[in-house]
Design a protein. Sequence first.
Length: 155
Amino acid sequence: MRRGHPGDHAYIEALGADTAQSGVSEVRPVTGDIAALAFRRLLTFCELRPETVVLIAESESVPVGFLLLIVDIPDDVTQMRQAFVAYMAVEPIARRRGAGRLLLAEAEREARKLGLPHLSLMVTAGNVPARALYAAMGFTEERAIMTKALGSSAE
């Protein structure tokens, strides 16, 4: 586990774009290209925030995953600073081998070191493996976003 640096940008962009579709629910179907574009916009947003923490998980000195942790945006409920996992991705070949768990544990250490009261994230309801990991790491469901598909605007 290590902190990210500018040389990691291409890796983060590629893995994030490749995994972006996994964060899309069946209610809002989009192509992989649109999901990748959404990830790139998030990455740009994070990079513009100098306090964003970038964590890289490695196996034998090779990156196998990353986590983007935003620490300078207030929580919308309490208006206190919080730690927010903006995005986490693990290489398919490295999944279920502890990389995600290590990334989350390090994000929690960073948040505690900064004295932040909460570590939050969002996950798609249908992403069962991720939800199981988060629950195992002590995350609890606090709120749910509910969506109703309205069909085509041309209808």
